[in-house]
Ligand binder design. Structure first.
Ligand SMILES: Cc1cc2nc3c(=O)[nH]c(=O)nc-3n(C[C@H](O)[C@H](O)[C@H](O)COP(=O)(O)OP(=O)(O)OC[C@H]3O[C@@H](n4cnc5c(N)ncnc54)[C@H](O)[C@@H]3O)c2cc1C
Length: 435
């Protein structure tokens, strides 16, 4: 029986492990955090389960929608069209339908029309090869005009990618527009349920999912893949690593220098900083509010309970104050109390009646590896599943190009890397076929 190790119990690692277990492999998943789910880490507000980082689905997220059904959760998946808006010049403007774009008053009518037509064109184009060599900033300026770029896109790119805003690939921007629907999905009770069920499904196939156990070293012993955790050394026939590439390189110091140099900076990662707040009253009307005017200490406000009913959270209204930041940004170093002291007053700009006494619960969440940044030509620079070591495979969020990272794409990658492991394995090592 093929003995496979999987490092990381996020969407990707769990999906890979499930496929391998179903194919008859003996699977061991090793996860550093106390729970499974990776970036879909879950907490509670008002007693209701809530992701520490905002999550929803698009209609194009077909693999995760299917998985939700496969794991018996289809009745909890809800769809809606909660309003998405831009905050510019002191006002929030709806910006999620052709009509709302045509009504957007901060651009002359011909600029709005042009913007709408270009978005329609990006949705219609089926694949991104024509966009691979150019930055989104250059392409958008050329196609939509300087004014539309400056008012609508530049603040959003800057908010999401900071210093990389002018460098990100147009292929990535194409995928963001192409993949997204205004209809959004959410798994009532939290996406964490999906990963808990996936872990159970792995165990039912004889696999083992160990949490709260960090891998401290990855290497080879006598030519076989090996890892070290606080429990000691262990070996596998095959090893699937689902960590960000930079972390893999750090934990596997004996990898050849040429490989390390090639992939160390192939795609830098930004960290995510999300403050989740449960308040007694509704703050404002939109679900997703991109902050396009200067002066806010966060880039997006997500009022989750403008999609889900507050009753799911004991009547509390749930807000996310979201940021993507470089790892050395001072916000990451602040205490929770100081973070709230700096961020909460900005909510008064969105609703002058807001008082800090409305806040019943608040949590500060930080994730260092949250958003890979891809620049033109990335397709040739992204790492392959194969590593220089036979039987050691790497699959991570930096490989979902040109798509923006998302659960759906990590699940697809999990399936793809499992298929590669199985294809490379000697046939007698597999006890059963995929069931
Ligand atoms: C702010 C934010 C908003 C998002 N919004 C959405 C959204 O709306 N919709 C959507 O679908 N997706 C969204 N995503 C993306 C989604 O969460 C990710 O794409 C997906 O969860 C990535 O899964 P993964 O398994 O590839 O990586 P991860 O979830 O990062 O999994 C890697 C795992 O490896 C573990 N690990 C790390 N080091 C070690 C070690 N030394 N030993 C053992 N284990 C280790 C980690 O703890 C983690 O569990 C969002 C992400 C963020 C940060």
């Amino acid at each position: 029986m093929l003995d496979v190790g999987v490092i990381g119990a996020g969407a990707l690692g769990l999906m890979a492990a499930w496929q391998l277990a179903r194919a008859g492999c003996r699977v061991r998943v090793i996860e550093r955090e106390p729970t499974v789910g990776g970036l879909v880490v879950t907490s509670t507000i008002g007693g209701g389960a809530i992701e520490r980082f905002y999550h929803h689905l698009f209609r194009s997220d077909r693999r995760i929608i299917r998985l939700i059904g496969e794991l018996g959760l289809a009745d909890r998946l809800i769809w809606g069209r909660p309003p998405t808006a831009l905050r510019c010049a002191g006002t929030s403007y709806r910006f999620d339908t052709p009509l709302s774009v045509l009504r957007f008053p901060l651009l002359p009518f011909h600029d709005r029309l042009r913007l709408g037509l270009v978005v329609a064109y990006l949705k219609a184009v089926g694949e991104p090869s024509r966009f691979e060599r150019e930055t989104a900033a250059a392409w958008l300026r050329r196609m939509m005009g300087e004014r539309a770029y400056r008012v609508v896109w530049e603040p959003q790119l800057r908010g999401k990618l900071g210093a990389y805003a002018e460098q990100v690939s147009m292929a990535w921007f194409w995928a963001r527009v192409h993949d997204r629907s205004s209809s959004l999905g959410y798994l009532r009770g939290g996406f964490g349920q999906l990963y808990e069920r996936l872990a159970v499904a792995i165990q039912q196939r004889g696999g083992v999912v160990r949490t709260g156990e960090a891998v401290e070293w990855i290497g080879r012993i006598d030519g076989r893949p090996a890892v070290r955790t606080r429990a000691g050394l262990e070996q596998f026939d095959q090893l699937v690593v689902t960590l960000p590439t930079a972390l893999f390189l750090r934990l596997a110091p004996e990898l050849p220098t040429a490989y390390r140099q090639q992939y160390l900076s192939a795609s830098p990662h930004l960290g995510a900083h999300n403050v989740v707040v449960g308040i007694r009253q509704r703050l404002q009307w939109s679900y997703w509010l991109s902050l396009c005017e200067p002066g806010y200490p966060f880039l997006v406000l997500v009022e989750h309970t403008n999609f889900l009913p507050p009753a799911d959270y004991d009547g509390l209204h749930v807000l996310y104050l979201g940021n993507y930041l470089p790892h050395d940004h001072p916000l990451f170093a602040l205490s929770d109390a100081e973070t709230l002291r700096q961020l909460l007053p900005a909510l008064r700009r969105l609703n002058p009646a807001f008082e800090e006494s409305w806040v019943r619960e608040a949590q500060v969440n930080r994730a260092p590896f949250a958003q890979p940044v891809v620049t033109p030509g990335y397709r040739e620079r992204q790492p392959p599943f194969e590593t220089p070591w036979p039987n050691v495979w790497l699959a991570n969020m930096g490989m979902v190009y040109p798509h923006d990272r998302g659960q759906n794409y990590s699940l697809l990658l999990g399936e793809a890397v499992a298929a590669r492991v199985l294809a490379a394995a000697p046939r007698p090592a597999l006890a059963a076929q995929v069931g």
